[in-house]
Design a protein around this ligand. Structure first.
Ligand SMILES: [Zn+2]
Length: 192
């Protein structure tokens, strides 16, 4: 039925048009991310027609950075996003400016920072934050310890200080609590 006349021409043109308008496959712009960039975000209000392309999780993290820094000068948010995207370590400069004593700590605990940092530590040499360095020291590891080293040491120490292995010894119990706290700090701060 569609084999002749203008109809055939129309369906041919239509197919070509779809090819032309379908976005090319591109990689997520976040540093080290190999996923497909399926979501676009304007680079800034000054450049509303140039875009970052992100995978879904990085698009979400990017949007959250706008929510988190609402009310901050736009160029500072842009600088932070650029740092997160290129894989540079965020400086927490903006978080310190929020003013209240716990602001920097809360900012570090925010999912956006954790995800940005987790993505960065997958592809970069690890340089721990002070709280992470302290947690690594508690586990008897040095500052550059890898994910596998942390996991192996954690398992080993839990076994060593577990009450079952120590006949209810209070010292061992306290050490176990320290080990668990240290490991949980490394987890929630995005180190492992
Ligand atoms: Zn991504």
């Amino acid at each position: 039925m569609m084999s002749e006349g203008p109809k055939a021409g129309f369906s041919f043109d239509f197919r070509i048009k779809r090819e032309e308008t379908r976005p090319r496959t591109r990689a997520c712009d976040h540093a080290g991310c190999m996923a497909e960039g399926t979501h676009r975000a304007p680079k800034s209000r000054a450049e509303p027609n140039t875009f970052y392309w992100f995978c879904q999780p990085h698009a979400r993290a990017h949007n959250e950075s706008w929510d988190y820094f609402r009310g901050m000068p736009e160029e500072e948010v842009l600088a932070f996003q650029r740092d997160a995207i290129t894989g540079h370590r965020p400086t927490w400069r903006m978080a310190d400016r929020v003013g209240s004593p716990g602001a920097a700590a809360r900012a570090r605990a925010h999912p956006f920072f954790r995800r940005a940092q987790a993505a960065n530590t997958r592809t970069r040499q690890r340089r721990p934050l002070p709280l992470q360095a302290e947690a690594l020291a508690t586990l008897g590891l040095d500052a550059g310890a890898s994910l596998n080293e942390v996991k192996a040491r954690y398992k080993e120490l839990v076994k060593r200080f577990h009450p079952d292995a120590n006949g209810g010894d209070r010292t061992a119990e306290e050490r176990l609590a320290q080990v668990i706290r240290a490991y949980s700090t490394l987890k929630t701060s995005g180190y492992v």
